[in-house]
Ligand binder design. Structure first.
Ligand code: ATP
Length: 350
C-alpha cells in the first residue's frame, strides 16, 4: 500500500509518500530531495518564519496556501515515477485533521480532499498528536509505550487503555515549546527560540526557577514570568536558559516517571519538536535506565511537525478501514488525542 500524508498544522508544510511494503526504509531514505531509488519520499518546504513575534495565524495560513500545493505536487510526481501503471498512484490520502491553527488546517484539509477526489481514493483524518506518538512506537517496535509529547503548542503524556490513548497528564497552561519561545521573544530572539536556548545553556550557570508539578499535570506560566523577571533584573540570559532547561525538563521527566509507574509500562517514547533538545533526551534516558525501562526518541526529522508521521499512521488507519467520508472531513483545531477511536491496534493490545 502506498499513501500520501499531508502536514501543515502550524508552521511546517510537508508531504510524504509512504510505501508499506518497504517500511524499514522510512527512517533513512526520506529527505527533502526525492531519492529516485526509494519508494518513500518526504518533501518539506522551508518553515514559516515570523518577521517578529510568534506565529501569526493569518501569515502562517498564507504560507501554507503557497507551500502545500508545491510539496504535494513534488511528492505525487515522485510517486507517479515509481508507479507500475496499475491503479491510482497512491491508495489513500492522509492529512493532519487537528489539533492546530484553524486557518492552516483548513488549507491542508482542502488539499487532501481535492487530491483524494481527483484520484478517487479514500481520505484518512489523522490526529496530529497521536501521530507524534505512533511514529515513535513504529520506529522503536515498542508494544505499548507511554508517550511524552513535548511540542510547541502541546505538552502531555499519553498511555493506551481500552481502545484509546488516555491523557495521563498535561500542561495546565501553554505548550512547552510555546512557553520557551515566549521567553526568547522577551529577550529579543527570533522564532523558534528552543534551539537558541539549548545553545545558550551550554555557557551558563544554573538559576533557580519555580518548579510546578501537580499530580500528573504541570504548569509553565509561573516559570516564564520568573524567567522574564530574571532577564529584566539583569541576570545573564545564558544562566536563565540553564535554569529553564533544568527546571522544565526535570518536571517533564518527573511526570513521565510517574506515568510509567502508574501504568506499569517499561517503555517510553518521546514526540514533538522540543524532543530535539539533547538535555531533555538525556534526562529521560537516565530516568528510564535507572528504573530498567526502555526509551526511544524518533529520528530528528520525525520529531517536529512532519508528514512522514501522518503517512505512517494514515497507512495503519487505512489498513483498518478507518477512512473519512468527504462530507464528514471537517478539520478540528481542538482535536484531542483521547477523542480518537484507536482502530488500528489489535484487541490483544491492552
Ligand atoms: P504541535 O505539534 O503541538 O502542533 P508545533 O507545531 O508548534 O506544535 P513542533 O514542530 O512539534 O511544534 O515543535 C516546535 C517547537 O519545538 C518550537 O516551540 C521550538 O522552539 C521547539 N524546539 C525545537 N528545537 C528545540 C530544542 N533544541 N530545544 C528546545 N525546544 C526546541
Amino acid at each position: 500500500m502506498r499513501i500520501l500524508g499531508i502536514e501543515g498544522t502550524a508552521w511546517a508544510a510537508s508531504a510524504a509518500v509512504f510505501e508499506t511494503d518497504d517500511p524499514a526504509a522510512l527512517g533513512h531514505e526520506t529527505d527533502r530531495t526525492p531519492d529516485p531509488a526509494s519508494d518513500h519520499v518526504f518533501i518539506e518546504s522551508d518553515p514559516y518564519q515570523p518577521d517578529s513575534g510568534g506565529i501569526h495565524p493569518r501569515e502562517s495560513a498564507e504560507h501554507m496556501a503557497n507551500a502545500i500545493p508545491s510539496v504535494v505536487d513534488t511528492a505525487l510526481a515522485h510517486a507517479a515515477e515509481r508507479h507500475d501503471g496499475d491503479g491510482p498512484i497512491v491508495d489513500g490520502v492522509a492529512f493532519s485533521r487537528g489539533p492546530g491553527l484553524g486557518p492552516c488546517l483548513r488549507i491542508v484539509g482542502t488539499a487532501a480532499r481535492s487530491v483524494a477526489q481527483t484520484l478517487d481514493v479514500p481520505l484518512v483524518g489523522v490526529n496530529h498528536m497521536v501521530a507524534h506518538l505512533e511514529i515513535g512506537r513504529y520506529q522503536s517496535g515498542f508494544e505499548s509505550p507511554v508517550c511524552l509529547n513535548a511540542s510547541g503548542a502541546n505538552a502531555h503524556l499519553l498511555g493506551y487503555h481500552n481502545g484509546r490513548y488516555r491523557v495521563l497528564g498535561e500542561t495546565m497552561d501553554t505548550g512547552v515549546g510555546n512557553a520557551i519561545d515566549k521567553f526568547t521573544r522577551h529577550v529579543g530572539w527570533t522564532h523558534p527560540g528552543g534551539p537558541k536556548v539549548e545553545k545558550a545553556a551550554k555557557d551558563g550557570e544554573y538559576v533557580d526557577l519555580p518548579y510546578v508539578v501537580k499530580g500528573m499535570d504541570f504548569s509553565f506560566s509561573g516559570i516564564m514570568s520568573a524567567a522574564k523577571d530574571e532577564a529584566d533584573a539583569g541576570t545573564p540570559v545564558s544562566d536563565i536558559c540553564v535554569g529553564l532547561q533544568e527546571t522544565i525538563f526535570a518536571m517533564l521527566t518527573e511526570v513521565s516517571e510517574r506515568a510509567l509507574s502508574l501504568t506499569g509500562t517499561d517503555e517510553l517514547v518521546l514526540g514533538g519538536g522540543v524532543g530535539h533538545n539533547a538535555r531533555l533526551r538525556e534526562m529521560l534516558a537516565e530516568m528510564c535506565e535507572q528504573r530498567g525501562a526502555k526509551f526511544h526518541a524518533p529520528d530528528p526529522q520525525f520529531l517536529g511537525d512532519n508528514a512522514g508521521m501522518i503517512a505512517v499512521l494514515g497507512a495503519r488507519m487505512l489498513d483498518a478501514g478507518d477512512t473519512l467520508p468527504i462530507s464528514e472531513s471537517a478539520v478540528d483545531p481542538n482535536f484531542r488525542p483521547d477523542q480518537v477511536d484507536v482502530t488500528w491496534r489489535g484487541d490483544d493490545e491492552s
